[in-house]
Design a protein around this ligand. Structure first.
Ligand code: AN7
Length: 317
């Protein structure tokens, strides 16, 4: 088993957010996984299976987090890894991770959807394991987050998730169904990358939340089955709403997630709890993944001369 002891992430109450939302809100901190995102839950399974099946390498298309995770688990397994990312469109931390873990990082002159279509063709021709969430092992691993939520809360009315390629909402629902639970699955996409909301693929998706800049989700049918089957909903949030939620989580709750993760909270704030008394928002990735986005959204640093007077001014004024 190729593992970095992923999972068992914190589930923390969010008192300020609860007050704003008018419901009891809990945050599942998936950024606490070994590479800083929920992808590790599935990657341990997918890479273990690839090793067992004798694959020589693993490959994925990625908006960044899958790349970081695949690179880490490939290194752990002693397998070669190649990650195909949209050129210039992945967060700095994720790029640093993939490179440091020794993966071949390929910057494709195209978007995520084009990258995924190409790697699907690639693995048809070569003995390479595809570790995107179209790989069923990924969902088997990711569903464990639903089990953890149920271990800690005996009742959950709804779960809010950001939706990109739509693997995670599919995996949570699978986990809940297997555990005989049925919270509403509330999925949120960025307005500029909301194919499931529009009901058709988006050719040129755009959003500040680079992780979910996806126009044609691979798990489209399964995600819609999860959302409809749970009595949930799929809605869009604007980049401005995402950034507001991102800042509220960091400054108001002490929880730093990446912009894509904040889409779940932005959705809760915009559309309300829909009758749910207790909800879980899944914060899929750590804020340190995307320092650029943080610096563009946060306040400025305070310059200061090296004197007590200037320091008093800087700290107290
Ligand atoms: C932080 O890394 O698709 O709906 O290639 O990184 O299961 O795709 C990332 C997706 C949410 C959406 N939050 O999950 C990739 C990739 C974060 C993410 C999603 C992603 P899915």
């Amino acid at each position: 088993m190729v593992t970095l002891h992923e999972g068992s992430t914190p589930l923390v109450p969010a008192p300020r957010l609860s007050e704003r939302a008018g419901a009891e809100v809990w945050l599942k901190l998936e950024g606490a996984n070994p590479t800083g995102s929920f992808k590790d839950r599935g990657m341990t399974c997918a890479v273990s299976a690839a090793l067992r099946e004798g694959a020589q390498a693993v490959v994925c298309a990625s908006t960044g987090n899958t790349a970081a995770s695949a690179a880490a688990y490939a290194a752990r397994a002693g397998l070669r890894g190649a990650v195909i990312v949209p050129e210039g469109k992945i967060a700095t931390g994720k790029l640093a991770q993939a490179l440091m873990h020794g993966a071949r990082v390929v910057a494709l002159r195209g978007n995520f959807d084009q990258a995924l279509a190409l790697v699907r063709e690639l693995v048809d021709r070569h003995p390479i394991a595809l570790v995107n969430s179209i790989n069923d092992f990924r969902l088997e691993g990711q569903k464990t987050a639903a089990f953890e939520v149920l271990d800690e809360l005996d009742e959950v009315d709804a779960v809010c998730l950001p939706v990109g390629n739509a693997g995670n909402v599919t995996a949570y629902w699978k986990g809940f169904v297997e555990a005989d639970a049925a919270p509403r699955m509330l999925g949120f996409q960025a307005e500029g990358a909301a194919p499931l909301v529009r009901g058709e693929p988006v050719a040129e998706p755009e959003t500040v939340a680079s992780a979910i800049r996806i126009g044609n989700p691979a798990r489209w049918e399964e995600a819609m089955a999860a959302i409809v089957g749970s009595g949930g909903a799929i809605e869009a949030v604007s980049d401005a709403e995402i950034v507001d939620a991102y800042r509220l989580l960091a400054a108001g709750e002490g929880v730093f997630c990446e912009p894509a993760s904040a889409a779940a909270v932005a959705g809760l704030l915009r559309y309300g709890p829909r009758g749910a008394r207790r909800l879980v928002c899944v914060l899929t990735g750590h804020g340190l993944k995307d320092p650029q986005a943080a610096l563009e959204s946060a306040g400025a640093v305070m310059p200061c001369e090296a004197s007590l007077g200037a320091l008093e001014e800087a700290v107290l004024a």
